[in-house]
Design a protein around this ligand. Structure first.
Ligand SMILES: NC(=O)c1ccc[n+]([C@@H]2O[C@H](COP(=O)([O-])OP(=O)(O)OC[C@H]3O[C@@H](n4cnc5c(N)ncnc54)[C@H](OP(=O)(O)O)[C@@H]3O)[C@@H](O)[C@H]2O)c1
Length: 245
């Protein structure tokens, strides 16, 4: 029997990057995986690549009614939910003086509001399955990098919500943890990837001496979701090759 056989996993932003690699890793261990995102064409392509254990739901998690609709659809399709991976996120960098209200609002809606609303809507199902939540935050949430006030503070909010919800849901046997990725080669970091000097600087500051790959983060998510991590809750585990320790 595979490690996650008969388990149902929901991964927001599962069409690309870290979410897609995480979906693939769970499927390799036998899980049924639901991925979400706003772009239907991206989700269709990824679902096709992932095969019959994958299912997709198109939706913008920032819209108030969407978290409930997404959870309801997972339950009506599979009847249970074992692992919620709050992976979808967005970030724009730049000095606060050049950051618009809508950028700040978007980051907080995507990185804080939506994960909290999804956990709330998933709660009764996670209690039934003695399930678990893995939030994807960022090493930037505790680093001090000028130009990242809105993004990094939104991820810091999710870090702390992880600890608070671990305490709140622990008595119901639901574990809540976070993986904080360091620099990882995905769409969100494309700007830095094309800036040789910047990329070189980040790699130089990474003790393990290379950028992260989506699979590095996926493997870390599976470690926390595994029942062998059953005594671990409220932890923010950095997966960044030692960047910003
Ligand atoms: N890559 C890095 O260096 C790095 C470092 C630290 C943390 N992270 C975090 O890792 C997570 C995954 O990012 P990634 O690196 O894999 O980049 P990515 O490929 O750009 O993934 C982001 C995903 O989130 C989805 N998404 C964004 N806004 C959404 C919304 N409103 N509703 C539904 N889905 C939404 C996107 O799909 P649609 O556009 O189709 O909606 C996309 O699939 C993010 O939380 C990011 O902050 C990344």
């Amino acid at each position: 029997m595979k490690l996650f056989e008969d388990k149902v996993v929901l991964i927001t932003g599962g069409g690309t990057g870290i979410g897609k690699a995480t979906a693939s890793a769970f499927i390799a261990k036998g899980a049924k995986v639901v991925i979400t995102g706003r772009r239907q064409s991206v989700l269709e392509k990824t679902t096709h690549e992932l095969g019959e254990l994958a299912y997709s739901i198109v939706g913008d998690i920032c819209k108030k009614e969407e978290p409930k609709r997404i959870i309801d659809e997972v339950i009506s399709k599979y009847g249970r939910l074992d692992v919620l991976v709050n992976n979808a996120g967005m970030g724009t960098m730049g000095p606060l003086s050049e950051t618009r209200d809508e950028d700040i609002e978007n980051m907080y809606r995507t990185n804080v509001f939506a994960p909290l609303a999804l956990i709330r809507e998933a709660m009764t199902h996670l209690v039934s399955s003695k399930g678990t939540v893995v939030n994807i935050t960022s090493t930037m949430s505790h680093g001090v990098m000028p130009g990242s006030a809105a993004y990094a503070s939104s991820k810091a909010a999710l870090d702390h919500a992880t600890r608070l919800l671990a305490a709140e849901l622990g008595p119901s046997n639901v574990r809540v943890n976070a993986i904080a990725p360091g620099f990882t080669m995905t769409d969100i970091s494309a700007g830095v990837q094309s800036d040789e000097q910047m990329l070189g600087m980040i790699v130089a500051q990474t003790p393990l001496g290379r950028p992260g790959e989506p699979e590095d983060i996926a493997n870390a998510v599976l470690l926390l979701a595994d029942s062998r991590a059953g005594w671990i809750t409220g932890q923010i585990v950095q997966a960044g090759g030692g960047l910003m320790l």
